[in-house]
Design a protein around this ligand. Structure first.
Ligand code: KG4
Ligand code: ZN
Length: 342
């Protein structure tokens, strides 16, 4: 068994996690996560300088709490991309120093690989390959074919907005807070699908990509014509229910096509949008319709977290992969690469 620390600072979450891992599986020992969504909401989104200051201020405290009296670490891993370059650099520099001090190996981790691991490692097990992974977050909407631990192929991506971004923008249009996904989900619970009509872009298309700009534009035109929908009340709830159903159906439709094309029998979903119950239900049905099984992260592992980064680090460590001391932050690091950016 090895004990491994993971650090996550790719966006506005400052997080660290300690895991214990071995061949049969792994378990989370401790984790801490801090974020300031109210600050981002008040400013209409993330302000890079404030985010970097938050990481600099909070990361040492968080890591200290997570490590406790730990006197040995086999490896330290930090997210090296994709993400906000200056934010990534804070975690990378801190992680390398810590690995140096503990005389452990250091690993630069791809944030999206962490998401791909999360449905499995949140349940204490290593990824089962091959599988098809949907990543649906605020910055990414990707369908990734994963034949084994060191190979990943992107078979679908968004042509415009990410699914989480669509939730965030639609929420803002009707006066709801940030992040918009959970706000829309809450409001949608009081509404009815189909009372207001919104399009399902790309549905039925034989191309594997996603697109959410048509939905956003249709919503904007509708709200220009009927601004009363944006006011608190029944029609705003109906709008949210319809918007949520449209996003869920688009995701499920693309997953069905990808399952058919690849013949994979396991579909996973990760990223903030996978926390949405309507989305989860639609994906579960899509998998069942194609004769596949379905797995999503357990609570707390959908959105950005350090447990998933620690888990990928532990896998590297157990596989005997060498340290990445020379690694730099890569804001656009593709998940399609193999290990260590090959
Ligand atoms: O994975 P994540 O924490 O960060 C990124 O890597 O982007 O995802 C954040 C995104 C936000 O756009 C947020 O609105 C969305 O995930 N999200 C949700 C829900 N919870 C978070 N979207 C729909 N329903 C939710 N319950
Ligand atoms: Zn993420």
């Amino acid at each position: 068994m090895v004990r491994v620390l993971g650090i996550e600072t790719s966006c506005d979450e400052t997080a660290a996690a300690l895991v214990e891992a071995g061949t049969p599986g792994l378990r989370l020992i401790r984790e801490r996560l801090a974020t300031r969504p109210e600050e981002s909401a008040a400013l209409g989104g993330i302000v890079p300088e404030l985010t970097v200051r938050q990481h600099l201020e909070l990361l040492p405290k968080i890591v200290q709490e997570v490590l406790g009296k730990e006197d040995a670490l086999a490896a330290v891993g930090a997210t090296a991309g994709p993400g906000l370059a200056p934010a990534l650099l804070v975690g990378l520099a801190f992680g390398k120093s810590l690995a140096w001090a503990y005389k452990s190996s250091f690993h630069a981790i791809n944030h999206l690989e962490g998401h791909i691991f999360s449905p499995f490692v949140s349940r204490g097990k290593w990824p089962e390959n091959p599988h098809l992974a949907l990543i649906a977050s605020g910055g990414h909407t990707l369908l990734v074919d994963v034949p084994d631990v060191s190979h990943r192929k992107i078979i679908g991506s968004t042509r415009d907005d990410a699914a989480g971004e669509a939730f965030d923008k639609l929420a803002r249009m009707v006066g709801l807070g940030y992040p918009g996904g959970p706000e829309i989900e809450k409001e949608a619970a009081k509404g009815e699908v189909g009372k207001i009509k919104l399009p399902r872009p790309m549905q039925g298309s034989e191309e594997g990509d996603f697109s959410f700009s048509g939905l956003k534009n249709a919503a904007r035109l509708l709200l220009e014509k009927k601004p009363e929908i944006a006011q608190p009340g029944a029609s705003r709830s109906d709008f949210c229910a319809e918007a949520q159903a449209a996003i869920a159906e688009c995701l499920a439709d693309r997953c069905r096509l990808a399952l058919r094309k690849t013949g994979r029998k396991l579909l996973t979903v990760s990223g903030g949008v996978s926390a949405n119950r309507t989305v989860a239900r639609a994906l579960e049905e899509a998998a069942r319709a194609e004769g596949a099984t379905w797995l999503s992260p357990s609570a707390g592992w959908n959105t950005d977290n350090a447990g998933m980064i620690a888990a990928v680090t532990a896998r590297r460590c157990l596989d005997g992969v060498e340290s990445d001391w020379e690694s730099d932050a890569d804001p656009r690091w593709s998940v399609a690469s193999g290990q260590n950016g090959e």
